[in-house]
Each structure stands twice: as C-alpha cells, then as structure tokens.
Design a protein around this ligand. Structure first.
Ligand code: LLP
Length: 431
C-alpha cells in the first residue's frame, strides 16, 4: 500500500488507521476527509525528536498550517509542542481560538495588509517573517504605535531551484517571495531593518519549495544563508540568532515517489549547518524548519461515493463521484498524482477510468487513468489516498457545493473535527 496506515482486509474492504472505510462512509456520509490522528502525532514527533537530538531540548519545528488549518489540528500541535507557521489573520485566529500559544506563532506572507499587521501585533504573536521592505516599514510603525518591540525574521530569496512543480517553487531569484540576495537587495533590507528600534531582528528565513525530493536542497540553502550570515557580521557586526530554512520535504503519493527518511535528512542538515558555522566562525543559530505536507499528507484520505460510471466505447471510461475539484483541486492545478483505490472490494478484472467530480466543467478530474474494478457502479466507495495536505485547506464552494467534514480517526474510535458544510452555511453570508 502507498502508506502503511492503509490495508486491504480479507473480505476486500479497505481500512484506514484500523477503521473500515466503507463503514465510516456510511456513518459520516461522503465526500469525507479522514485524518489519522496518530499519524499526525507520529510525524510531529519525527521532527521534534530529531530536532531535540540535534539542537537540544528547546528546538522548535513549526507546523505550516497552510497544509491543513482547523482548530483541532492546532490543539494537536499545541499538545505535541510544535510551533506554527501562519499565513493569514484567518489562520492566526483559528489557532488562537484553539488555545494555541501566540508566542509560538510565526506570521508569514508576502501580502500582509495593514489590518493583518495590526492583528498580529495586537495578539502578540511571537515572530513576524517579514517578506518585503513595505511590510517592514508598516510593521515597525505598528509596533511603535502599540508600544512593543516586535521580533522579526527577514525572508531572503537564496536563488535555489528545488526541481518541483513550477507553482511550488519559491526560492529562485525571480519569485514573488522574499528579498533576493543576488541583486544586493537583501543586504540593504537587513541594514534598514537593523535601524528600526521597534523591531528586534532575530534572524533570517528562506523557503525553497514544496514536494521536494532533491537530496541537497536544504544543504544548498544553508550554504547560501550561512555565507550571508558571515557577510552580515562583516558588514554590520550583526549576528544572526535564528535561521529558518522553511518546509518542503516531499511525500509519497504514488508508488514511484521515494519515501523520505525525515530523521536521517534532518540529521544531515544539522550536521551540515554545524560544519558550515564552524568553518565560518559563526555561532550556531537557533534552527527552524516549517514542514506542512510531511506532517499531515499521509494522515489523510478522501472517500467518495460513485454517482455514475460512463463508458464511451472506443474512447474513455469515467467514474463520476459526489466530490471533485471542490475538495481536491490539486490535479487540476498542478497535474498532481494520487493513488486511488476501490474501498469496498478487490477484483481480478480491472478497467482504466478517469476519476471525475461533479462540477460543471470537463476539467473537473480528481485523477486520470486510474485502475478500478471493471464492475464499478453507482453507490460504490472510492478512496483517494494521501490527501491530508492541501486538500481541505484548498477546498472551495464552486458550484455552491458544501465542503466535506473532517473526521479524525484514533485507535479507540472516530470523531468530527470539522462538520459538513450545509446549504444554510453556504447562504450564511448572503444578504
Ligand atoms: N514555509 C513556507 C514559507 C511555505 O511557503 C510553505 C509552503 C511551507 C513552509 C510548507 O511546505 P511543505 O512542507 O508543506 O512542503 N498548494 C500546494 C503547496 C503549496 C506550498 C506553499 N508553501 C500543493 O497543493 O501542493
């Protein structure tokens, strides 16, 4: 199986995190997002344990909430001792509502509005990750106005290509994020930031991309960033205290994807950082990473019910479901691959189908060319695996379709973390 929390039982039914998928589909209805809570916690611990081993007990991996943001996930992050990366006032609000400690929130984003900045300062969130000079000035003014010194990391674009989907590449020179090193703008950015008394410049941030498998991407960004740290010391006598190298580890969606050994990778990155700072005579900075996908992706599964099976002889077969691009836009956006399984039975006789959604456009394909039983029919359940990251969080109400609930699975049972969106919810803001 694509992930070791998925199993095919002797009677042909699929289980996820030890629970029968067809039974859950009947109990909660479909489309349905399932989340394996133990897996989320285990993935957090892979980071936490390895960070502590490499950097001491204070080390703090951050969960990138953009991958999946709802109250229960922040409660889990709080319990596990993770920090979080938030990208909007909405994510911050959700985390605070869940009781997440504001001082462990790192506020990201290249388009923060005055309102966002005011909100972050007002809630005394731990750190702003400042993306650009305009934000820097506005934040300095807001912090001065509210009479605090705001802790800040500065986002730098290191100029590294992670070889992933173009839309997920963030570290090359001409992206919309951060301030580039290559052009000399980053140096001026840090210089200006250091002159602002209402800001405490704690360090630097960079993020190269997402769904990255390249072995050396983090080492490469550490090389670039530590050299920049040395330059900052030389030019301004400034010592970087924190270094955040972002998120990005890829996960397995299909058999051909590698399984990344995260602890082994982190140990290598830590070793590399220690070597580099020693060579350059720098102090070891407080090290941060902000994984999203590798915390929640393999903890997720989406379950659909088949609405129709369309066989166009000599052309194409479709399995049409009760969900689609509204709950999973990733194939439409990126051509992303998924493993698709029949949740009710196995067979010797397969056909190849495009798994389609219910939206009124031909492009509403969840996944093309998937192998499913030849006799797949209305009422059957279909599971799409590894949907824990960027599915719920990127879902929409296109065609006025309500979003599925999120059901958490534990060894003892299951519970709703987000209820299904109703037609009333859809009209709630209409006047
Ligand atoms: N930090 C920053 C600054 C980021 O921009 C991201 C992801 C992360 C951390 C977390 O990266 P991860 O560990 O999840 O790879 N919607 C796309 C993914 C966009 C990623 C955006 N930034 C998708 O569905 O694949």
């Amino acid at each position: 199986m694509i992930s070791d929390n998925i199993r095919r039982e002797a009677d042909g039914t699929l289980t996820f995190a030890g629970h029968s998928v067809p039974v859950l589909a009947e109990q909660y209805g479909t489309p349905l997002y399932l989340m394996d809570e133990e897996r989320i916690r285990r993935n957090c611990r892979l980071y936490l344990d390895t960070f502590r081993e490499c950097f001491g007990s204070e080390a703090l991996p951050l969960y990138a909430g953009k991958a999946a943001s709802f109250k229960q996930i922040y409660r889990i992050m709080k319990e596990e001792g993770m920090g979080i990366d938030a990208v909007s006032a909405g994510e911050i609000h959700t985390a605070l509502e869940a009781g997440f400690p504001p001082e462990k929130i790192f506020f990201h984003g290249d388009g923060k509005t005055d309102e966002d900045i005011r909100c972050g300062v007002k809630h005394r969130i731990g750190y702003f990750i400042v993306d650009n000079p305009e934000e820097l000035e506005q934040l300095a003014a807001e912090a001065a106005e509210q009479g605090i010194v705001q802790k800040v990391l500065l986002r730098i674009t290191p100029g590294i290509d992670p070889h992933t989907y173009k839309a997920l590449t963030t570290g090359i020179v001409d992206v919309k994020f951060g301030v580039p090193l290559e052009t000399g703008q980053a140096l001026a950015f840090v210089h200006r930031a250091l002159s602002l008394p209402s800001l405490s410049i704690c360090g630097l941030h960079c993020h190269i991309g997402s769904q990255v498998f390249d072995e050396s991407v983090f080492e490469d960004s550490i090389d670039v960033m530590t050299e920049f740290m040395a330059k900052l010391r030389e030019e301004f006598g400034y010592e970087v205290k924190m270094l955040n190298v972002g998120g990005g580890y890829g996960v397995r969606y299909v058999d051909s994807d590698k399984l990344i050994d995260i602890p082994a990778r982190i140990r290598r990155v830590a070793g590399h950082l220690k070597e580099r700072v020693q060579e350059l005579g720098l102090k070891l900075p407080f090290f941060l990473m902000e994984p999203g996908r590798s915390i929640v992706a393999d903890a997720g599964m989406t379950v659909y019910t088949v609405s129709s099976v369309k066989r166009i002889p000599g052309y194409k077969y479709y399995v049409v479901t009760d969900g689609g691009m509204t709950d999973n836009p990733r194939y439409c956006l990126y051509g992303a691959h998924y493993t698709v399984l029949h949740a009710d039975r196995e067979t010797e006789l397969y056909a190849v189908y495009d798994l389609a959604g219910r939206c009124c456009e031909s492009g509403d394909i969840i996944q093309p060319t998937v192998k499913l039983p030849e006799d797949t029919r209305r009422g059957d359940h279909i599971a799409v695996c590894t949907t824990g990251a960027y599915n719920f969080s990127m879902s929409s109400n296109y065609n006025r379709i309500g979003r599925p609930p999120v059901v958490m699975l534990t060894p003892d049972g299951s519970y709703l973390a987000v209820r299904r969106e109703t037609s009333e919810d859809l009209c709630a803001r209409d006047l």
